[in-house]
Design a protein around this ligand. Structure first.
Ligand code: SF4
Length: 372
């Protein structure tokens, strides 16, 4: 990549060259967190994290090199805030917002200087070249970044493949770059071992972000933040989900049970495929085939007895003794939560706490009705 100016780097602060530029600047992280000279970097850093809640980070503006450097430094500060907040669903949202902002900037650029976009791709290990109004991208790079993208035809069979290169439109190439940026940012967060002093310096900002995060979570539900709300799922399903996240292979019977359970809770096939999109060896092709097969045949989720037979009943809790089916567990907890909410709205919190136990009893009975 040709050497970029601070103004250019400020637009793309996640590039290797930008981080090298920042590490050559003569300042300490403590100064970034508290120094007067870095006030604007902190303000903008906070702004880019806050704007990620809406999904749109505003286009940066700067009039001179000094302002461009403040913009550039706002990125490491934003990363510190996201790391201190440490909510995986929000981290994903933040990474997507940064990548979407980069997409808009690159879109403006590619028409005038397509070479820049090709150079940009090199930073992510993408081998590509210009071909008239299109871009030729090496097939393995195409596969790596197109897998999670619903708006790009993923199957190589639908693509023109020549000597190992796939031809994509310029727009598609920019979308692939966006995905590369998203992946880089998401996989590099949270920053490990942030010193206590740095945490203390941004404590109040993180507290505000946490309040906003919780508000949004309650208003929209976790699903809107790209994460399933697992709080009402039975222990066996939660265990399977955490195994997926940790890259532990699920037994075929457990994989089947988990997928059918998630589909039966009302999740779409796409959403279920995305649940697996955190596993290190995620294969969208394979996962989609399995999920769509289970969905199309409307297979029933196995009962607790079957789960026990296959050794998939793990982490039984009190509710498990009242139900006979994982979906019964889920509907019982939903019933209890709905009743609690109803009471809370009617009588206030104290009364709701008094009545909580009764509802738990009824929830178990309700499950009997829903799964028998
Ligand atoms: S009893 Fe049923 S719901 Fe509970 S952990 Fe076992 S299989 Fe899952």
């Amino acid at each position: 990549m040709t050497v970029m100016s601070p103004e250019e780097l400020a637009l793309y602060p996640f590039l290797t060259e930008a981080s090298e530029y920042v590490s050559e600047l003569d300042f300490s992280l403590d100064a970034l967190m508290t120094g007067l000279g870095f006030k604007e970097a902190r303000r903008r850093g906070n702004e880019r994290v806050t704007e990620a809640f809406t999904g749109e980070i505003t286009k940066p503006t700067f009039r001179n090199e000094e302002e461009a450097i403040a913009e550039l430094l706002s990125y490491p500060f934003a990363r510190i805030l996201v790391s201190c907040l440490n909510e995986p669903a929000f981290t994903r949202r933040y990474a997507l917002a940064e990548a979407t902002a980069a997409h808009s900037l690159l879109k403006e650029t590619i028409v005038k200087t397509p070479e820049f976009a090709l150079d940009f791709g090199k930073d992510f290990g993408i081998t590509a070249s210009k071909s008239d109004e299109h871009v030729k991208i090496y097939f393995s790079d195409y596969i790596r970044y197109s897998l999670a993208m619903k708006d790009i035809s993923r199957k190589l069979i639908n693509r023109h493949l020549e000597k190992g290169y796939v031809t994509v439109s310029r727009d598609e190439f920019i979308r692939l770059l966006q995905e590369a940026v998203r992946k880089r940012i998401e996989s590099s967060l949270p920053i490990p071992n942030i010193p206590d002093g740095m945490r203390a310096a941004c404590e109040s900002q993180v507290a505000e972000l946490r309040t906003r995060y919780e508000e949004q979570r309650q208003n929209l539900g976790d699903a809107d933040l790209g994460e399933v709300d697992f709080t009402m799922f039975p222990p066996c399903i939660n265990k399977a989900l955490s195994n997926v996240r940790e890259g532990v292979n699920l037994a075929h019977s457990m994989r089947f049970s988990m997928v059918s359970f998630l589909l039966n809770t009302g999740m779409s096939a796409d959403e279920v495929v995305n649940v697996f999109n955190v596993s290190p060896d995620f294969s969208e092709e394979k996962t989609r085939y399995q999920v769509e097969h289970i969905s199309a045949n409307q297979y029933k989720t196995p009962s607790c007895a079957t789960m026990q037979t296959y050794g998939n009943c793990t982490g039984r809790d009190n509710m498990c003794s009242k139900i006979r089916h994982p979906l019964g567990y889920y509907s019982a907890l939903k019933y209890i939560a709905a009743k609690r909410k109803e009471k809370e709205e009617k009588y206030g919190k104290d009364e709701e706490e008094k009545g909580g136990k009764d509802e738990e009893e009824k929830g178990g009975k309700e499950e009997g009705k829903t799964t028998e």
